[in-house]
Unconditional design. Structure first.
Length: 336
């Protein structure tokens, strides 16, 4: 750093850091005609910053998906639509993070579907509850609420969180090498306790097992892999497990370890690495009043710990078990 032989680290990108330890706004990307050189620089920027914000990309559904596929294999909505339902926006690769109802209006915050999304308001990583976790998520704005009505997306730096952990606790965690069980039922319940009060995460399909402390392979830095989906730490008493999960989540998500990103215009896109960051949706005055249409592609992790301690099941239809159990419990509750 600062030596006379210094070269700009990025030749085709302009980087504007958003926080002292992670997150950047990246300018100068030509998504309409992306060179290999620029694509590689985007991956480098992702490895370094964990979260990159791209303004006014010009991407639409199809080109968003096409760009995402260049990074890796995509997860799809197929397994949720085994009953023949069609994807809302025509593409199985798009996960709906928005608040649009079936008629195109604003989803009632009390509608059952809204309750399924409330866990998103808690700091989490995408897909830790799946046998194969996600590496990158790419979230793109299609329509956003008028300014001043909330709806930011917040991020937390799980690599710096490791670096700043008390050294005695670091040693203990490395020695114990804990495995955490993740369940979508856990975050749903935390996100909407009354709606999901009859949902029992221990009876909602198999949980996914991932190590708590991991090395983020693209950067070689350790991180704390924890999320609102984290149900328990394997092999220790539940009260101790609850206390450890809470302590680590509190540590990772301390205000000064987070950054809040505002959506400014349609086709803004944020890419984050779920192996280096946590994120959450922010509510606000827009809820029940303005449309917030955000669509996400999700890249399957291809690092050596992608599957954690889970059996490798390439057939993603088998993963649905978890969700089916979650749904029937909640539906019983709605009807009852
Ligand atoms: C997601 C998510 C946050 C948001 O799409 O995975 O958590 O702000 N979205 O909508
Ligand atoms: Mn998410």
């Amino acid at each position: 750093m600062g030596s006379y032989s210094e070269e700009p680290e990025f030749k085709t990108l302009t980087i504007k850091p958003l926080h002292p330890t992670f997150g950047a706004e990246v300018e100068g990307v030509n998504f309409q005609n992306l060179s290999d050189e620029q694509f590689q620089e985007i991956l480098l920027a992702m490895a370094k910053y964990g979260v990159c914000v791209f303004r006014n990309t010009g991407l639409d559904d199809a080109s968003h998906i096409e760009f995402s596929k260049r990074i890796g294999d995509l997860d799809t909505m197929r397994r949720y639509m085994a009953d023949g339902r069609k994807p809302r926006y025509g593409f199985y690769e798009l996960f709906d993070a928005g608040n649009i109802d079936d008629q195109g209006g604003v989803l009632d915050p009390d509608a059952p579907r809204a309750h399924y999304g409330k866990g998103n308001a808690l700091f989490h990583v995408d897909s830790s509850f799946n046998p194969r976790r996600a590496s990158f998520s790419l979230l793109r704005a299609v329509e956003i609420p008028p300014p001043g009505n909330g709806g930011n997306t917040d991020f937390a730096d799980s690599r710096t969180a490791w670096d700043t952990l008390d050294p005695a606790l670091q040693r203990e965690l490395l020695e114990k090498d804990h495995v955490v069980h993740h369940s979508i039922a856990q975050s749903r319940k935390l996100g909407s306790p009354e709606f999901f009060k009859d949902l029992d995460p221990t009876n909602a399909g198999r949980m996914s097992r991932h190590r708590l402390i991991q090395v983020h392979e693209p950067s070689g830095r350790r991180n704390i892999y924890i999320a609102a989906h984290s149900h328990h730490v394997e092999g220790i008493p539940k009260p101790e497990s609850d206390a450890l999960i809470k302590k680590l989540l509190d540590h990772v998500t301390q205000k000064h370890n987070t950054v809040s990103v505002e959506w400014r215009q349609p086709s803004d896109m944020i890419i984050w690495d779920n192996r280096a960051t946590l994120h959450k949706a922010n509510g606000g005055a827009f809820e029940g009043r303005y449309r917030r249409d955000l669509r996400r592609t999700t890249v399957h992790d291809d690092s050596s710990t992608a599957w954690g301690l889970n059996p490798v099941e390439e057939d993603t239809d088998k993963w649905v078990v978890n969700h089916a159990a979650t749904k029937s419990a909640a539906m019983t509750r709605v009807q009852g």
